[in-house]
Design a protein around this ligand. Structure first.
Ligand code: MIC
Ligand code: SF4
Length: 642
């Protein structure tokens, strides 16, 4: 049997471990990326390591999330990031240059290399044949310091594509179909590798839309082969020299296979408030919409915006809604401007925003109360838009354009002939907004604004964990629920004491105060706890408030690692019935916890309030056990240095 592509690239980068699904492997990291909302922490952590220059082949720091400057915080953080980049050997993509994943695809991604990014949508790079994985900032800092990345060797799922997409159906519909079938929990521990004859019908930006939103499956990553279409894209980016063909061997072995006949797909939409609540657009058609937003790292390529502009040309967006456009990069922005498409969009009444994440992360454009918003983005978790009880739908640029014209969710196939948009044979190349690192690092001073607070550290794990169960939540709780983003909260990403006041803000605004009073506390979640973003703040801030352990039916990959990295013990129920029995307010105790964690995976927990015991288990690898005992990865690194 031949090898699949995922295994080949992982084997090429394997530092230790065995490529058997479920076991821990350490993988060499070629490239890293950070964005500003997770980057400040990552660089503070990198600085603390005392390493003079990054040890990767390439590291890039982007500014794309914290773009609204309603106070000094974000602007100060941008200057901090710029000075850090200059000093430590990192390329700096200035605010205005675009969304990290879009720009990285255009200017830096290399087929066959590994990329670790402090953002969950880093798998966008899989569209170019990279193994591109999202992780917490601390893991990325370690990778910049030359350490390998530790991850569970994944099961590899072949998504076998046949046929070609019908008119008005695009890459977004492919990934929405995968989400419909697999759900937001379906990707745990898996890599989705696309193959089959349908692959060559998809351009790199379409592939990148698919791998990008593979993050919503909870997958480790997603990847496409590197073929003639990849070469064509890299040539158009004047980077053809970096191309190399990469594919699975014939008759390669996979752990699972799913088939998608592209020609049978139709326009799809994810309904509020989960990316897997997918139905055909025709079923949601007629829903009144107050807002249409085009952009985000999922759908803001040149092709995406040209489709929207062609549909809107000569019309005005429906009076019942407000429409926004955020181009994915300065390259895309420049090209739609030069082609005249930007004028068509402006003329149609679309509100043109800067090239950044913008409304996707609640940085402005919160929709009105109890009104549907249709977005080309990747997430519609409750409240993420900035409006509590929001009704966010996710769909393709084609559906967004049709909806913007009609004021109600509209199947674009009703519009007649689709526009024909060619992939440019040459993109506009101008890297002048990417600042290379300084060649005199000793002369660079780090600029630190007052928003940057010292990083709190957890205590080593005590002998006994005893605390009140402060909150019980259900399945699929995302990090947007644990620690919201948005214009008010995001500027506090460099200040853990300040941001911790927003932990579980929309679920229980008394949580931070109660947690601080309790000194030691616990949380209970259902399945897929902590899905969504890579933000380690969703672990750091609860740790700062005194949370010692989280019980759940299952955990999402990145949040599980982040909890361990920041000294909170993640525990799973052995018998899920124990989830039912626990009540908020119960006091729980784990005696001899250090010994128990070190000795095996079974942990006995006493419910002091209700007077019974139950068994929980941890899924920590021996390396993670050491980290947990030390009270987090930073403590462990420090103790190994001293
Ligand atoms: C997101 O889409 O939720 C973010 C904002 O990009 C996060 C990172 C963050 O919280 O800073 C992600 O996806 O990892
Ligand atoms: Fe930015 Fe949204 Fe993409 Fe996250 S998902 S990186 S907030 S555009």
């Amino acid at each position: 049997m031949g090898q699949n592509l995922t295994r080949k690239i992982l084997a090429d980068h394997l530092v230790s471990g065995e490529l058997a699904p479920g076991s821990e492997i350490a993988v060499r990291v070629d490239q890293t990326l950070t964005q500003d909302a997770t980057g400040t922490m990552a660089y503070l952590q990198f600085e603390a390591m005392g390493i003079p220059r990054v040890r990767t082949k390439l590291s890039v720091s982007y500014v794309d999330h914290n773009m609204l400057q309603t106070g000094f915080e974000n602007a100060d953080d941008h200057r901090f990031l710029q000075s850090i980049a200059a000093k430590y050997g990192i390329y700096f993509s200035r605010p205005g240059n675009g969304i990290c994943h879009q720009v990285h695809l255009e200017r830096f991604g290399v087929p066959g290399q590994t990329l670790l990014g402090s953002d969950s949508h880093t798998p966008t790079g899989g569209g170019l044949g990279m193994i591109a994985i999202g992780a917490g900032g601390l893991d990325v800092a370690m990778a910049m310091g030359g350490q390998p990345f530790h991850v569970t060797a994944p099961r590899v799922v072949l998504v076998r594509l046949t046929g070609s997409l019908p008119p008005w159906v695009s890459g977004k519909d492919v990934i929405l179909e995968v989400l419909r079938r697999q759900t937001v929990k379906g990707g745990l521990g898996r890599v989705f590798e696309y193959g089959g004859p349908g692959v060559e019908t998809l351009s790199v930006p379409e592939r990148a839309t698919i791998t990008n939103m593979g993050a919503e499956l909870g997958a480790t990553t997603s990847i496409f082969p590197s073929d003639e279409r990849t070469r064509e894209y890299l040539r158009a980016q004047k980077r053809a020299d970096l191309w190399r063909p990469l594919a699975a061997d014939p008759h390669a072995e996979y752990d699972e296979v799913m088939e998608i006949d592209l020609s049978t797909l139709e326009p799809l939409v994810a309904c509020p408030s989960s990316p897997d609540a997918v139905v055909p657009v025709r079923e949601a058609a007629g829903t009144k919409v107050a807002q249409v937003c085009v952009g985000s790292c999922t759908n803001s390529s040149y092709h995406d915006l040209m489709v929207v502009a062609s549909v809107l040309k000569g019309h005005t967006v429906h009076p019942g809604l407000s429409m926004t456009i955020s181009p994915g990069s300065r390259q895309v922005f420049t090209m739609i401007a030069r082609s005249g498409a930007l004028a068509d969009l402006i003329q149609a009444g679309a509100r043109i925003l800067e090239s950044s994440c913008g409304p996707c992360i609640g940085m402005g454009q919160a929709p009105p109360t109890v009104a549907a918003s249709l977005r080309t983005f990747n997430r519609n978790f409750p409240g993420r838009s900035g409006t509590p009880d929001d009704l966010v739908h996710l769909a393709s640029p084609e559906v967004a354009a049709a909806t913007a014209l009609h004021g109600v969710i509209t199947d674009p196939r009703e519009l007649g002939e689709p526009p024909h948009i060619e992939m440019p044979s040459e993109f506009v190349i101008d890297d002048s907004m990417i600042i290379p690192p300084s060649d005199k690092p000793e002369e660079v001073e780090i600029i630190r604004g007052p928003n940057i607070a010292p990083l709190p550290l957890a205590e080593p794990m005590p002998e006994v964990i005893r605390g009140e169960l402060l909150l019980k939540v259900g399945d699929n709780i995302s990090t947007d629920t644990i620690l919201p983003a948005g214009a008010r909260v995001l500027p506090l990403r460099s200040n853990i004491p300040a941001i911790s006041r927003y932990v579980f803000n929309y679920v229980d605004s008394t949580f931070p105060e109660r947690a601080q009073e309790a000194k030691a506390s616990m949380i209970v979640g259902g399945a897929n706890y902590g899905q969504g973003s890579s933000r380690e703040h969703a672990a750091l801030a609860p740790m700062y408030l005194g949370v010692k352990a989280v019980f759940a039916k299952t955990f999402a990959r990145m949040h599980h690692t982040n909890l361990i990295n920041f000294g909170i013990l993640p525990l799973r129920f052995v018998d899920e019935a124990d989830y039912q029995r626990l009540k908020a307010g119960d006091v729980l105790e784990i005696a001899n916890v250090r010994q128990a964690v070190a000795d095996g995976s079974q942990i006995t927990v006493r419910n002091v309030t209700q007077g019974y015991e139950f068994t929980a288990r941890h899924d920590l690898t021996p390396r993670q056990v050491e980290i947990a005992l030390a009270g987090g990865l930073l403590n462990r690194v420090r103790s190994s240095q001293s």
